[in-house]
Design a protein around this ligand. Structure first.
Ligand code: SRM
Ligand code: SF4
Length: 582
């Protein structure tokens, strides 16, 4: 661990008494819609960010008003499966306290936006009543654990889902602060009754062992774990700090190939920051997978850079000490070695849309949700339709890593009724009639809520796609699942560096264009053109798409094609992401 002064956030964590800080006072202060400055850092660990409405920031400033502070809250759903009741709860809370819409995130979580400070506690209590929580939604801890949400597809899928749940539970912070601050010490059990344990927690003395894995200052930075079941890499595992690849032999899940050090964030103008895919380390049996995750977390806890948050992610820790040293330390902490890697093969990162039959005779229906936004517009009543489905549906709702939703475990007797609702509101037709490109799109939140956004993403990508669709149709490419991803800044929330077409906002209306990522999530893309406006994006992509239509090899993916034809060079490691770009 570098011997430098700890960053400001480290001091705030250190002083916070396990994430309590002065949050209670901040929430009770009626003079401002904001929190005390230090608490704006701590509330992230409770799943929430203080934000302003960036569309009206300058007007409020002109009127000498405080910015319109509100809060985004992220509800973790490990493995992505929420009950119909939980869906209805989120739907209602969005209407009652939020902006009236739900955001399904790229990590299979729900987000609400626009919650005013006086409504924060009631909103979180609403989650709790539906057995949901927002702890560790954000902050320097392990975040929502991702995996393929279709647990009913096979026995292996169910087991991997259970492992995701177990890893998540193991790495969830143990501090009682969340229950004290938001729930007055209450935590309900599966029957909706207050848990005795939680009542005891509130009176507990703050002790040094409150966080057996994390300790007092938690991790140097956010931490992410994902599990994938080949051939689907639908959760983009290599973008995670820990990536686990399920290995099946003779119909049994025997364990996981483990990779570490993925992460996509970078800062413009700082080439020493870069997106990086996780490095493969070795194979571990299923019963040891939690142990491996925990030990990697503890190495990052002890070795991660706590002085400069730009370099605190595990990816930089590994590149600083070297993969061999990191692996040797992991083996030392485990007390055993990882075994040689098992063979695996990924084909895609997208979702399979439409109906599928589960092993138990129920059905799943995967719907395309543009930008992950569940909203009603005059023309398209998506939120209403899904609420109507949730009201009669005995199954569940499954959030995917591509911001889509699967209506899960549909009883065959309810299939017709659900289909009728979705047809009435045009939802099924919406999924069917889109181009492959649109159905392979991801857009991060960006404006108007994200404080980091330089440009639009979710609010803009649909109209850009309308124009790209015309080009695709002209060249007979409308069915091709070319992966396109857009973000409003280089932090990488929509995983743009894994897009075969990646668009990263640099200024309002201007984007950097990246090409050449692998269709299966195993290779990053590379910068091709900078600061393009819409006309520039279309003029740049049109000839490349025309070339692809004419000269692609059989089954050649667009990302591979742009490399073969010399538009960009292949990125083989995060450390050469910036090399040979334009
Ligand atoms: Fe993210 C920060 C939204 C997935 C990398 N991300 C943010 C914040 C909280 C902005 C902020 O710091 O003020 C965004 C809130 C916007 C808003 O108004 O809601 C935000 N990130 C999102 C979501 C909602 C994007 C979406 O449209 O779905 C995703 C929520 C995931 C979840 O449910 O937990 C989201 N963020 C990601 C991913 C993708 C992933 O994890 O697979 C990444 C890239 C992978 C990675 O972690 O490297 C990602 N977010 C970042 C970063 C850059 C981290 C870095 O190492 O440099 C930041 C900024 C930071 O941490 O300083 C960030
Ligand atoms: Fe905000 Fe940037 Fe993340 Fe988009 S990529 S949500 S603009 S931090």
């Amino acid at each position: 661990m570098p011997n430098k002064l700890p960053s400001e956030v480290e001091i705030i964590k250190q002083k916070s008494e396990y994430l309590r800080g002065t949050l209670v006072e901040s929430l009770e202060n009626p003079i401002t819609g904001a929190l005390n400055v230090d608490d704006t850092q701590l509330i992230k660990f409770h799943g929430s960010y203080q934000q302003t409405d960036r569309d009206i920031d300058s007007e409020r400033k002109r009127q000498k008003l405080e910015p319109l502070y509100s809060f985004m809250i992220r509800v973790r759903v490990p493995g992505g499966i929420a009950s119909a009741h939980q869906w209805l709860t989120m739907d209602k809370l969005a209407d009652t306290y939020g902006s009236g819409t739900l955001k399904l995130t790229t990590r299979q979580a729900f987000q609400l936006h626009g919650i005013l400070k006086p409504n924060l506690k009631t909103t979180i209590q609403g989650f709790n009543e539906a057995l949901l929580d927002s702890i560790a939604g954000c902050g320097d801890v392990n975040r929502n654990v991702m995996c393929n949400p279709n647990s009913a597809q096979s026995k292996i899928h169910q087991e991997v889902y259970e492992d995701a749940q177990a890893i998540s539970a193991h790495l969830t912070p143990k501090t009682a602060a969340y229950w004290e601050i938001w729930l007055d010490g209450q935590q309900v059990d599966d029957n909706g009754e207050p848990k005795q344990k939680a009542n005891k927690l509130i009176n507990r003395q703050i002790k040094d062992n409150d966080e057996p894995i994390y300790g007092k200052t938690y991790l140097p930075r956010k931490f992410k774990v994902a599990l994938a079941i080949p051939p689907n890499n639908d959760v983009d595992i290599f973008a995670n700090d820990v990536a686990l690849i399920a290995i099946e032999k003779q119909g049994k899940l025997i364990g996981y190939n483990v990779a570490a050090g993925g992460g996509l964030g970078m800062t413009f103008g700082m080439p020493e920051t870069y997106p990086r895919l996780a490095d493969l380390l070795g194979f571990v049996e299923k019963d040891k997978v939690i142990d491996v995750c925990e030990k990697i977390v503890t190495i990052q806890r002890d070795w991660g850079d706590r002085s400069n948050r730009k370099f605190s992610r595990l990816k930089y820790t590994i590149d600083r000490v070297g993969l061999d040293v990191f692996k040797a330390e992991l083996h030392k902490r485990l007390g055993y070695d990882l075994q040689p890697l098992e063979k695996y093969h990924f084909t895609n990162t997208g979702d399979e849309y439409g109906w599928s039959l589960n092993t138990d005779g129920t059905y799943n229906l995967t719907l395309f949700i543009e930008g992950g936004r569940i909203a009603d517009t005059a023309a398209f009543q998506l939120k209403t339709a899904l609420r109507e489905v949730a009201t009669l549906h005995s199954g569940d709702f499954r959030l995917t890593g591509n911001q889509n939703v699967i209506i899960g475990k549909i009883d065959p007797k309810q299939r017709k009724a659900i289909e009728n609702i979705l047809n009435t509101h045009g939802i099924l037709q919406h999924t069917i009639h889109q181009t492959g490109l649109r159905k392979s799109s991801i857009a991060c939140v960006a404006l108007n809520t994200c404080t980091m956004a330089f440009a639009e993403a979710e609010r803009y990508l649909p109209s850009l796609t309308d124009k790209l669709d015309i080009i695709l149709r002209q060249h007979g490419l409308e069915k091709e699942h070319i992966i396109i991803r857009m973000t409003g800044c280089p932090n990488g929330c929509g995983r743009p560096y894994l897009g075969e077409i990646g668009l990263v906002g640099k200024a309002l209306g201007r984007y950097n264009l990246y090409l050449g990522a692998a269709h299966n999530g195993e290779r990053l893309n590379k910068l091709y053109k900078e600061m393009l406006d819409e006309a520039g994006i279309l003029a740049t992509l049109e000839p490349i798409l025309a070339d692809y239509a004419q000269h692609r090899l059989k089954k050649e993916a667009f990302g591979d094609f742009t490399i073969r034809r010399g538009y960009v060079q292949a990125t083989t490691h995060g450390q050469n992401f910036h090399a040979h770009s334009i």
